[in-house]
Ligand binder design. Structure first.
Ligand SMILES: O=C[C@H](O)COP(=O)(O)O
Length: 234
């Protein structure tokens, strides 16, 4: 399992990078679960990480605005993100999801076909009236997306495991692989979740709170990133 760690600025990105994260994921929690950070922060993180890890950037918890989302996705790509991540937040139908993802993918790949698009659904989709993450792999594959992810929409400490059980998350992972996609699981994951995550077998796990010592509003700690890297490799 690869480890994606979500810093909010250059300083945290350096800590995540030195701690051995596989992907450094720039976000802005002030603007939501997958809140977008500023282009200059993405550029700054890219420069600070010096090519040791690929950079991911979130572009927001989106509603059905394919034009706005495409432009945001291009902005993240131009700023230096290797992975461009969108949250399907206020998306009610499969058609809306397909159109949003198709346009984002085109905006990114027309600019640089080596960049990857990540489509994130939410484990607590019922709380926000969005679509089930289990619908995502087939839609994402058809739209040309590279990675499907599941995260929590509302960061109130409730974990993805409180909304989707092992069987559903395994189904999500298997579906992604059947459609030739990578997949990622996130959402207030804890060290105690590692054995169950190993059984589920996602390609990537995404964390912030876990490597901040439990409170995602505090800073990322290098020793916790190192501990997680070691446990993921064990
Ligand atoms: O992409 C991963 C998220 O930032 C996860 O954050 P969290 O572990 O605090 O829920």
């Amino acid at each position: 399992m690869k480890l994606l760690v979500s810093p909010i600025n250059r300083e945290e990105a350096i800590i995540a990078s030195r701690g051995g994260a596989d992907i450094v994921d720039v976000k802005n929690p002030k603007e939501g679960s997958l809140g977008a950070n500023f282009p200059w922060i993405i550029r700054d993180v890219k420069e600070a990480v010096e090519g040791r890890q690929p950079i991911s950037a979130t572009i927001g918890d989106f509603n059905y605005k394919p034009g706005t989302a495409s432009l945001a996705a291009l902005g993240a790509a131009v700023a230096g993100a290797d992975y461009i991540k969108v949250g399907l937040y206020d998306i009610q139908t499969e058609d809306q999801a397909f159109e949003l993802l198709t346009k984002i993918t085109r905006a990114v790949k027309d600019y640089d076909s080596t960049k990857k698009v990540v489509a994130s659904g939410y484990s607590d989709y019922k709380r926000i009236n969005s679509i089930s993450p289990l619908l995502l792999p087939s839609i994402a594959a058809e739209a040309g997306v590279d990675v499907v992810m599941v995260d929590t929409a509302i960061k109130d400490g409730k974990s993805t495991f409180e909304f989707m059980d092992e069987k559903e998350l395994k189904k999500f992972t298997d579906l992604a692989h059947e459609y030739g996609l990578e997949n990622a699981i996130a959402g207030s994951l804890k060290f105690e979740d590692l054995p169950i995550l190993e059984r589920i077998g996602p390609d990537i796990i995404g964390v912030r709170g876990m490597v901040c010592g439990g409170d995602r509003r505090t800073a990322i700690r290098q020793e916790l990133v190192e501990k997680l890297v070691a446990e993921c490799q064990a």
